[in-house]
Design a protein around this ligand. Structure first.
Ligand SMILES: C[S@@+](CC[C@H](N)C(=O)[O-])C[C@H]1O[C@@H](n2cnc3c(N)ncnc32)[C@H](O)[C@@H]1O
Length: 175
């Protein structure tokens, strides 16, 4: 399955439109994998986590609901922002979770204990200098499927089958 990852990246790249800010198209992480990402990141009650490009908000919502974290998503797609914000409100999570309508590259992550990232390889290259500048010592990053070139993962986990026949690789980094 690993050999299919470049093909997946190519498909996702092709799906990108011309917005130069766009770091990846919407492609949600399966819920079972979301839980493993948050477990791998060692997320604890009250910790601050951010999901960079939060899609429908599933990672942010699980982080607040199941792990008791203070969670923030960043999403520039207006309809995904609205969908995730409405869900957070309907679940009564507004004190613990929120979605910023904005660009990943324009945010402050200096308070983060954990970041989750499901972006493309080139996008990780673009985000990396920002994270190196902003993240506090000890902050963790869990990347889904695509590594951060130049960083050495503390742990790599492969999920052979997500129930839909697709494998996933998770990379844990610590600053
Ligand atoms: C591959 S999806 C991942 C969604 C979610 N994190 C998950 O794992 O289920 C990437 C998301 O990033 C968003 N995105 C891409 N570039 C962005 C940017 N510059 N600022 C904010 N969001 C962005 C896309 O709209 C999309 O929802």
């Amino acid at each position: 399955m690993r050999c299919l990852l470049p093909a997946l990246a190519a498909v996702l790249c092709l799906a990108q439109e011309n917005d130069p800010r766009k770091l990846a198209p919407y492609y949600p992480t399966p819920e079972t994998v979301v839980e493993k990402m948050l477990q791998l990141g060692g997320l604890k009650t009250g910790e601050k986590m951010f999901d960079l490009g939060s899609g429908d908000g599933r990672i942010v919502i699980m982080a607040a609901r199941k792990f008791g974290a203070d969670s923030t998503g960043v999403e520039f797609d207006q309809s995904l922002w609205k969908q995730s914000t409405d869900r957070i409100k309907s679940l009564g999570l507004a004190k613990k979770a929120r979605i910023i309508l904005g660009d990943i590259m324009q945010q402050d992550y200096s308070s983060a204990d954990l970041l989750t990232v499901y972006l493309l390889p080139d996008s990780n290259d673009r985000v990396r200098p920002l994270l190196e500048k902003q993240l506090k010592k000890g902050a963790r990053i869990v990347a889904h499927d695509f590594e951060f070139a130049g960083w050495t993962p503390e742990k790599t986990v492969t999920i052979e089958d997500d129930g839909e026949g697709r494998s996933h690789t998770l990379f844990l980094y610590r600053r």
